[in-house]
Ligand binder design. Structure first.
Ligand code: HEM
Length: 411
């Protein structure tokens, strides 16, 4: 990876909040707005009742009767994020409301026009992204209560009841657990610039402990997300229309583009957190030589622009790996390797979860025959660089393993 040296690194010394990253919440949007000006009631009423409207087959007619609203009355960033979240939910619901084989291939102008306009303002694609449904889709039940899953709720949800809510909230808690690790990154850069080995070691320990806490938060998934409901009900609403045989060519955004456009659906592969740790630890080789890395890199287009900019700035700063190797200090190397081990353990755990929530239910469905096949969307294949998603996840896991620094004495 090309490193441009000191100037970019010094830019990282500015506070992370300049990249819209929070000291306490990491990449999560702190205290998202939950209401829009009353002008936007038509959007909010549909998004807030989405599951019910889908279950009663009323979503289509509601969307088609929606007035064409301007985005100009969305005055600040949090309002814009809430509006993108609402329109993203309505879009996914509209496309997939009748099941995978009856996907709607045209998005009505009253939805497409404001969604694309707003997406342009936010520099996000006009599809529901991870930064919407996880990072900006939460509120506390009791505002003075803790940030625990019992005291958290989503703003909008899909069919799938508690599983749908649980999936978004567990992912949110995994992201929140990453905050101390993200907060440590400017300290790592500063310690490298000042050749301060002790501070560097301490900051790396913060990263390790934060990644371990992400894995602890991930374990909540078993209590809150049911594999069958995830696989058979929720998953389709997270599917996009890029390389998707059910939406060959993509989705036509009426009144915006004359031809259909392709966009990927919401995936935690769009999480800035994991990509940030990867860049910090020098996990991936260059995207040109590695299709898995190239796929991950392509998902950066689905991140908020400021988060993408932070990852790019980090990638163009000094190499932590090179610094640790050059320092020739056993304790520092151990601290670095502990970060890599924690990330490896997180990825191993993720693979176990994917087996439970996708591979096993998919196997059961195959054994049952094709009776319900039309109710679900195919598994992600092409988007992951042409390989199966499990192959892709294992490649990333192995790249993580290979990032361990060998014992200095054996070099
Ligand atoms: C039921 C729970 C989950 C399932 C079934 C699942 C499934 C998948 C699948 C199939 C992929 C590969 C293809 C794609 O981009 O969509 C993937 C990628 C990924 N997922 Fe998940 N996921 C789950 C939860 C999570 C959570 C809670 C996180 C962390 C916040 C996460 C983080 C990632 C990351 C970072 C990637 C990209 C590959 C990597 O960097 O290792 N996933 N996931």
């Amino acid at each position: 990876m090309e490193r441009k040296g000191k100037t970019s690194a010094e830019n990282l010394l500015i506070k992370i909040d300049q990249y819209l990253i929070s000291e306490d919440y990491g990449f999560v949007l702190p205290h998202p707005q939950t209401e829009l000006p009353s002008y936007y009631d038509p959007w909010m009423e549909i998004a807030s009742n989405l599951s019910q409207l889908i279950e009663n087959c009323q979503l289509c007619s509601k969307v088609e009767k929606m007035p064409l609203l301007s985005t100009h009355a969305l005055t600040d960033y949090k309002e814009q994020r809430l509006a993108h979240l609402a329109l993203g939910f309505i879009t996914m619901g509209y496309v997939w409301q009748n099941g995978s084989e009856k996907a709607q291939k045209v998005l009505p102008g009253t939805l497409a026009v404001p969604f694309c306009k707003l997406s342009e303002v936010l520099d996000l694609p006009p599809v529901l992204v991870y930064a919407d449904c996880v990072l900006a889709n939460w509120k506390k039940k009791d505002p003075s209560g803790p940030l625990s899953i019992e005291n958290l709720d989503v703003i909008f949800s899909f069919p799938g009841g508690e599983t749908s809510k649980g999936f978004f909230l567990v992912s949110l808690l995994v992201e929140m657990a990453a905050a101390p690790g993200i907060r440590a990154i400017p300290k790592i850069i500063s310690a490298m610039l000042h050749q301060d080995i002790t501070s560097l070691e301490n900051a790396l320990q913060d990263v390790t402990s934060s990644i371990s806490k992400m894995r602890d938060a991930f374990k909540l998934i078993h209590g809150y997300v049911n594999p069958e409901v995830f696989f058979n009900t929720l998953r389709i609403y997270l599917s996009g229309w890029k390389d998707n045989p059910l939406m060959a060519g993509g989705l036509l955004y009426e009144g915006v583009w004359k031809t259909p456009r392709e966009f990927s659906g919401g995936s935690a592969g769009q999480s800035s957190t994991l990509q940030c740790f990867d860049v910090l630890l020098g996990i991936h080789s260059s995207p040109e030589s590695d299709s898995a890395a190239a796929y991950l890199q392509s998902l950066r287009d689905y991140m908020p622009a400021s988060h993408r900019a932070f990852i790019q700035a980090l990638a163009s700063g000094p190499s932590l790996r090179h610094f640790v190797l050059a320092a020739g200090n056993d304790r520092l190397q151990e601290a670095f390797n502990s970060c890599v081990s924690a990330l490896l353990a997180l990825r191993d755990y993720h693979i176990q979860v994917v087996t439970k929530y996708i591979t096993i239910p998919a196997g059961k469905q195959k054994r049952r025959g094709c009776l319900f096949h039309s109710a679900v969307v195919p598994l992600p294949e092409k988007g992951t660089g042409g390989t199966s998603f499990m192959c892709f996840l294992k490649t990333i896991r192995d790249l993580t393993k290979n990032a361990q620094l060998l014992d200095i004495k054996t070099l």
